[in-house]
Every structure is written in structure tokens, then in C-alpha cells.
Design a protein. Structure first.
Length: 64
């Protein structure tokens, strides 16, 4: 990735990493968010971007 121009890492998280939710679920999603931030700082000097996408609840029969 260091040799490629404009490399990017995208992690998938959840809105529960920002807003409180079920403890067992929210803490794992917050870990992804924290890892993303730490990795972004670490890899910025190498030209590698690191971001996370925080999905919200999707209304499905299972979620309702």
C-alpha cells in the first residue's frame, strides 16, 4: 500500500460506536472506531488514509 498512490483502508462500524447501545455490541463497535483513528494517525505519514463507515439501523423484519 505504501507504493500505491492514494491507498485507503475502510472499516465498517456502527452508529452504536457514537451513540450508546447494547453494551456487548457497542463496545466492540467502539473498538473498531478507536482502532481506525489510531491507525489513521499511524499511517498518515505514509500516505495511507484510514476511515470508518458508521451504519445505522436498517428496518428489516429481524430488527423490528
Amino acid at each position: 500500500m505504501m507504493k500505491a498512490d492514494g491507498s485507503s483502508i475502510v472499516n465498517i462500524s456502527s452508529m452504536n460506536s457514537i451513540v450508546a447501545g447494547a453494551v456487548g455490541y457497542a463496545d466492540t463497535k467502539f473498538a473498531v472506531r478507536g482502532m481506525t483513528k489510531a491507525t489513521a494517525i499511524y499511517l498518515a505519514s505514509l500516505g495511507i488514509r484510514v476511515n470508518s463507515v458508521h451504519l445505522d439501523l436498517i428496518a428489516t423484519p429481524m430488527a423490528v
